[in-house]
Design a protein around this ligand. Structure first.
Ligand SMILES: [Zn+2]
Length: 101
């Protein structure tokens, strides 16, 4: 089963086990940030790193900053950097297979 799904021509998504949601990667030539992608759905590599900030469950409460997810995806594995605000910070895990792909 694939770890990455094509969303649109120039957009792919993967399921992030740290955020428990999908992240989207633009890899084409459109305006905006574009990532390098090795074209693999099973063992994807994106470059440079993927940095996502969003309003997580505890964001903004008691002055907390937005949630942060910062990772390198290499060969189907996701390496979470130390600045992630979720519990997988500092760990490297396999990307989970996507359902229904
Ligand atoms: Zn994430």
């Amino acid at each position: 089963m694939a770890n990455v799904a094509k969303q649109l021509d120039e957009l792919v998504r993967f399921y992030c086990p740290g955020c428990k949601t999908h992240h989207h990667i633009q890899h084409g030539s459109d305006i905006g940030p574009n990532w390098g992608w090795n074209g693999s759905l099973d063992k994807p590599t994106f470059s440079p790193s993927v940095l996502v900030t969003y309003n997580g469950a505890d964001a903004g409460q008691d002055g907390a900053p937005p949630a942060v997810c910062h990772s390198f995806v290499t060969d189907g594995r996701i390496q979470f950097l130390g600045d992630c605000s979720h519990q997988l910070a500092g760990q490297t895990v396999d990307l989970p297979p996507l359902e229904g792909v």
